[in-house]
Design a protein around this ligand. Structure first.
Ligand SMILES: [Zn+2]
Ligand SMILES: [Zn+2]
Length: 386
């Protein structure tokens, strides 16, 4: 394991740990070298040596616990969010000398500055930070980091298992953005197989002749890569669109004040979270009815309308019928009112471009209260759909 990581396990600040790594002083060497030698040979400060010597007598914190803590805190101080310093230190909320408690809940990421402040607690100085404040700050920051991670992942189109790509609408939006279809790493392969034309559009003419039974854009077989490459190709185009179009977090729009003051129809948005849906009937064809996925969060009812022919696989069709986590990119088509079983909802009608499984998740509970039994929910919704 890297020298730096080992020091972190003993609660040594990251900047010091990196320095010892550069100087080539592993923890064992530090421990077995006299203070005098550490000062003379490596030019370390007297207080620093005393501090680190004290740290490395402790029981090391578990590697995975540290990794989890650092990732959930974005390697950043939970008090100042990195404003005061990039360096960080793993701090024991209930002092180590008292608690010897290396569990996750007892650890917090702090910068050296705020670490000093925290350790002054009880000395009755102004500007100190209490344990309670620290626990709250950690909790709040971890939540914020999670939201930031979801936002970053969403803006980069980080998803796997792409379940749906609406080819015509994506190409349309791409033309609006770029005036053409930019090449990507699948372009040559697909052009070589005549799946797409020279200008990058789907070569339906060729595919329809070669595969007269074709029921959906992905329903053809040209070697292992054919249909898979086509959906990856369209998804790459969509990722290019994400660089140009600002998709906003749907959560930021689902507020009465926002709805009142902004005309949100036409806005591009993404949503990360659980949804309900019904699996479309097989076989899916161009004339299959539209299908819906939805969730409600009072007073909002959000529904995505999609054509099942753009579902990318039969597993995608099956996934739709289960409550599942999705990331959905779409454009708000309309907003209005909807009454379901005597209850009024603000209704958002969204047309999706792409959806699949998100890489980064939001912790939704208790923001959305899901009904435990999705079957019940379906019957609840049934009247409205028929
Ligand atoms: Zn700080
Ligand atoms: Zn500390």
């Amino acid at each position: 394991m890297a020298i730096t990581d080992t020091y972190l396990q003993y609660g040594v600040p990251s900047d010091k740990a990196e320095k010892y790594d550069m100087l080539g002083i592993p923890v064992t060497t530090f421990r077995n070298t006299s203070n005098k030698n550490l000062i003379d040979k490596y030019g370390l400060d007297k207080h620093e040596v005393a501090f680190v010597k004290n740290c490395i007598q402790r029981k090391p914190i578990d590697e995975l616990t540290i990794l989890r803590l650092l990732e959930k805190n974005n390697y950043t101080c939970c008090i100042c969010k990195g404003v005061k310093s990039d360096a960080y230190i793993i701090h024991h909320i209930e002092e180590y000398s008292v608690s010897q408690d290396n569990e996750y809940y007892n650890l917090a990421v702090l910068c050296p500055n705020d670490h000093d402040l925290v350790h002054r607690e009880g000395v009755r100085l102004t500007n100190t930070i209490s344990k309670e404040q620290l626990i709250k700050a950690k909790e709040k920051w971890e939540k914020q980091v999670q939201e930031l991670n979801v936002e970053r992942a969403s803006k980069n189109g980080e998803l796997y298992d792409i379940d749906f790509v609406n080819i015509p609408r994506i190409l349309e939006l791409c033309l609006e953005c770029y005036g053409k279809i930019p090449d990507n790493r699948y372009t040559n392969l697909l052009k070589g197989n005549q799946v797409i034309t020279d200008s990058g559009f789907i070569n339906d003419e060729f595919l329809n002749i070669k595969f007269p039974e074709r029921k959906s854009p992905f329903d053809f077989y040209l070697g292992l890569e054919g249909a898979v490459a086509l959906r990856a190709y369209i998804f790459e185009i969509f990722k290019d669109i994400l660089k140009q179009v600002d998709f906003v977090d749907l959560d930021s729009l689902l507020q009465k004040s926002v709805i009142k003051t902004n005309n949100i129809a036409g806005k591009f948005c993404y949503y990360v979270g659980g949804v309900y849906g019904k699996s479309p009937k097989f076989p899916v064809t161009a004339s299959s009815p539209l299908t819906h996925i939805y969730f409600r969060r009072k007073p909002f009812f959000v529904e995505w309308t999609l054509h099942p022919q753009y579902l990318t696989s039969s597993t995608a069709k099956l996934r739709l019928s289960k409550r599942t986590q999705y990331i959905i990119y779409g454009r708000i088509k309309g907003i209005g009112e909807k009454e379901i079983k005597g209850q009024k909802f603000i209704y958002l009608d969204i047309r999706p471009y792409v959806f699949g499984s998100p890489i980064e998740l939001k912790n939704r509970t208790p923001i959305i209260h899901y009904i435990k039994d999705p079957t019940n929910y379906d019957s609840y919704f049934e009247d409205d759909e028929n």
